[in-house]
Design a protein around this ligand. Sequence first.
Ligand SMILES: [Zn+2]
Length: 267
Amino acid sequence: MDENKEWYNLKEINDEIWCISDKTGVNSYLVNGKTKSILIDTGWGLGNLAELVQSLTSLPVKVVLTHGHPDHVNGAFQFTDLYITPEDMKLLNTFYIKETRQGIIENFKAIAPPNFSKEDWINAKINNTFLVEEGYLFDLGDRKLKVIKCPGHTQGSICLLDEKDKILFSGDSLLARPVLMNLETSLPLSTYLNSIKHVNDYSDNFSIILSGHDENPVDTIILEELINGISDILEGKIIGKLEKTRFGEALMCKFNDTAIIYNENNL
Ligand SMILES: [Zn+2]
């Protein structure tokens, strides 16, 4: 457990919600209800996330994946009851192929916890996966989490709305740092704009955003900034600055509290 404590940083959002960040800065969230707990995303899965979650709840745990990228789904093998959209299910499966995992783990050899078993991680398999669609409700007894689809960052990205505490869990769809729309999995910027306008229809029902990578709760102002900024990009009023990113050259537009990285050929 001590090694686990070093790999994960635990932060209490309130009495029932925990933010679990791994050493690479990927956030998972545990939401404890009355009859069930929901874990949102699973990080890289290099530490023992399942053990940590068990120390925070004695209720049955369902895991919902905000999208199918490796930094959010690679720990999913530690759990049995998984939920993801059909669109990103395909993506999830690509990260449970031995050869893919072998390639990924090379990047983490130096930082993985001492008791980490590379062999087990590479050979990990997922099972019991269920599909979710727009409007799907996770009922935790005293609160519900609603699925709001947000295609853009990936085709099957979702946000989760907790009306009880007025929280939007946004995965990588809304961040107080650059939203990556320049990836192989990214849809056109105009599709993403429509998606975040759809999320914005629920804006009266949440007052903070808990994202997949930010250290702290994020102000909802980022949603407005992204809607206005991307509208300006698509109307040709502004254009991003060409920058080198981890995923090749792309255009970056910075706003006050957030930013977007996109490709000119995928508007
Ligand atoms: Zn992502």
